[in-house]
Write a new protein. Structure first.
Length: 268
């Protein structure tokens, strides 16, 4: 599964910029037959879309992170996803749904190709397990108690009245539910000794570093950045990206210092 960061910077929720202390994770599904998370990037990342904004969409082949939620452990941008108090405590992610279902009212739907629908939902659910395992590890959450569905959130009195994603598994007659999901997340987090494996940690760190590198630099460094670029201290990568928020290795520092020394005439 590929995880990409494309913050919905034009959405009013992002612009409001409120933050929360992360107490849990809420799993949603979109409630319409749309398997492509890219559709929601185009629809939701607009100034006019002021009624919702989740932390991300989970598709068959990629997951799109829409709001900052893995920059600082325990903290994240507040989303508009649960329709209640859960917005103040939980991160919310939408699983996309197969194109071969048709909603007939509320959370009820018919399905023209159950085999294809189940295959799609199995892949998206597996991607959700992977994502939630990373989020639990990053925010120090217990997957067995800190993960709920939108339906469970309503039952707890902290979310609006929706049946997702439980209805998706149930109506496709899949032998799966939120208890199974939580158990799968817990199992994904564990290695042979009950801890996060080195491979899992490396992937978490690599994903975080990649997202960090794409962050925009702060306004207070604008003048210094401009000087460094104009004087050949900073070139960026082959695509012209400067990646000011990326971490610098000793190799990077040596190159920067040599360029500065050349600029000052200290070396040739």
């Amino acid at each position: 599964m590929g995880i990409v960061t494309e913050y919905f910077t034009r959405n009013p929720c992002y612009k409001k910029g409120q933050t929360i202390q992360v107490k849990g994770l809420m799993l949603h599904s979109i409630g319409c037959p749309q398997p492509n998370p890219r559709v929601f990037v185009n629809l939701w990342n607009k100034e006019s879309y002021n009624n919702a904004c989740v932390h991300g969409f989970i598709g068959e082949n990629e997951t799109i992170i829409a709001l900052p939620c893995m920059e600082q452990p325990g903290k994240a941008m507040r989303g508009w996803h649960g329709g209640g108090k859960s917005n103040n405590t939980h991160l919310g992610f939408e699983m996309c749904e197969p194109s071969c279902i048709k909603y007939t009212g509320g959370a009820n739907f018919t399905c023209s190709d159950r085999t294809a629908a189940v295959a799609y939902v199995e892949k998206v659910t597996a991607n959700a397990v992977e994502l939630f395992a990373q989020l639990c590890a990053f925010h120090n959450l217990n997957p067995k108690v800190d993960i709920i569905s939108h339906a469970e959130g309503h039952a707890l009195g902290i979310a609006s009245n929706h049946g997702d994603p439980d209805h998706l598994w149930a109506q496709l007659d899949m032998d799966y539910n939120m208890d199974t999901f939580r158990a799968d997340v817990a199992a994904r987090m564990k290695g042979g000794n009950g801890e996060v494996t080195q491979e899992q940690f490396d992937k978490l760190m690599a994903d975080w570093l990649a997202r960090q590198a794409q962050e925009e630099p702060a306004d207070w460094s604008e003048a210094e950045r401009k000087w460094a670029e104009e004087n050949g201290i900073i070139y960026g990568d082959g695509s012209g990206r400067k990646m000011y928020k990326a971490f610098a290795t000793r190799e990077h520092m040596i190159v920067f210092l040599c360029r500065l020394a050349e600029k000052l005439g200290l070396v040739k």
